[in-house]
Design a protein around this ligand. Structure first.
Ligand SMILES: NC(=O)c1ccc[n+]([C@@H]2O[C@H](COP(=O)([O-])OP(=O)(O)OC[C@H]3O[C@@H](n4cnc5c(N)ncnc54)[C@H](O)[C@@H]3O)[C@@H](O)[C@H]2O)c1
Length: 340
């Protein structure tokens, strides 16, 4: 399984790069400045837009690798948020039938989640992550140094994904994270706070990796990580990229919790507790979209099989969730009256 290196500063990265390899950094243009001192790397800058996470962009990156004569022994670094790490991982896993790569996530969301677990890919015809591979990077390098330049909205996307992981697997971290983020100013944190953030991000990544180790190719346990994503991806398709992934996931988690209450899986008081924690962390989003209007997007979801939809229903914070196969007509009925 891949390794995760967590450091305060990015200058530590050099020691993990294999010797005698040409490094090709597929990098989000917004974070290029952080890497000015790495003069011996070849940089391929991209504008990290969700609607550019496509086969076309992946093809362009491959063309640029060919122009720069990247051979099978090259080492690819994917540096940026989830859009960049998903694209770079995809390119690395198909370029010349696969070359070694590592990821350097620069958003909270990608450090705690997107860069972890080997899933990469591109969107197609407006559907999220329709094509991709599951290929593990050699390592992931986490540093909180990057997060200070994130927009607040983007930082909060990461909070949503982290609370999702903790909600599924670690009660103590869920409440610790909710308390921490309710007071955290990501633009000017104290060194102690930043250290605390590093430990939370690392813990979150480790929880995800433990699950991925049990089910790397997503045939069972890993599906729990989809909590909130069925509604989330549908909302993203509905808005055609106007709202951010983490925002839709946050709304999707609460909608799933409300379905859980409807089905008698979760107690109302647990739903209220989760809602309060999301609100304190600034990730309580209300879009005013009827769940019934999202069903047509859900029909394209990879989690639909045999006329039923695999849905993750949270039950107790950090300890219990259920994966339930719900026939589409029943799902539609349950969606009535649910507004995201
Ligand atoms: N592979 C997986 O398992 C997985 C899991 C979750 C999400 N994802 C994917 O991740 C993507 C969302 O990731 P994201 O939220 O990181 O999006 P992103 O890559 O679009 O980054 C968000 C914004 O922040 C900017 N940015 C990145 N780093 C910055 C920095 N340090 N300072 C300032 N600006 C910076 C980017 O340019 C972009 O504008 C989606 O495409 C989603 O599908 C993948």
């Amino acid at each position: 399984m891949m390794k995760v290196y967590t450091h305060k500063n990015i200058n530590q990265i050099q020691k993990y790069i294999p010797k005698d390899c040409n490094v090709f950094a597929i990098i989000d243009n917004k974070v290029k400045d952080y890497f000015r001192e790495f003069k011996n790397w070849n940089f391929i800058g991209i504008d990290a837009l969700e609607n550019a996470k496509t086969l076309g962009t992946a093809g362009d990156i491959c063309s640029r690798l060919m122009e720069k004569k990247a051979d099978r022994n090259c080492f690819i670094l994917g540096i940026g948020g989830g859009v960049t790490t998903d694209l770079a991982g995809f390119v690395a896993s198909v370029y010349k039938r696969g070359v070694k790569f590592a990821l350097v996530p620069t958003t909270l969301l990608s450090a705690a989640d997107a860069a972890i677990g080997g899933k990469n890919g591109v969107n197609h015809l407006g559907i999220k992550n329709m094509m991709g591979t599951i290929t593990q990077p050699e390592w992931v390098f986490q540093s909180t140094e990057f997060f200070r330049t994130l927009d607040l909205r983007v930082f909060r996307e990461g909070i949503a994904e982290m609370l999702k992981t903790f909600l599924l697997m670690d009660e103590e971290s869920f409440f610790e994270g909710a308390e921490f983020f309710s007071h955290y100013d990501h633009k000017s944190p104290s060194p102690t706070q930043e250290q605390h953030l590093r430990s939370l991000v690392r813990r979150c990544a480790e929880l995800k990796m433990n699950l991925v180790e049990k089910d790397e190719f997503d045939h069972g346990a890993r599906m729990f990580l989809n909590l909130g994503h069925t509604f989330g991806h549908a909302l993203e398709s509905y808005y055609e990229g106007e709202i951010l992934h983490g925002e839709t996931v946050a709304a999707g988690i609460l909608a799933s919790a409300r379905l859980s209450v409807k089905l008698g899986v979760m107690e109302e008081k647990t739903l209220n507790l989760i809602t309060d924690c999301f609100s304190a962390c600034g990730i309580l989003f209300r879009f005013g979209v009827k769940a019934t209007d999202l069903v047509k997007y859900i029909a394209n979801d990879k989690k639909i099989s045999g006329g039923s939809i695999w849905f993750i229903l949270p039950e107790e914070i950090g300890t219990k969730s259920e994966a339930r196969s719900i026939p589409v007509p029943q799902f539609k009925a349950l969606c009535k009256g649910l507004v995201l």
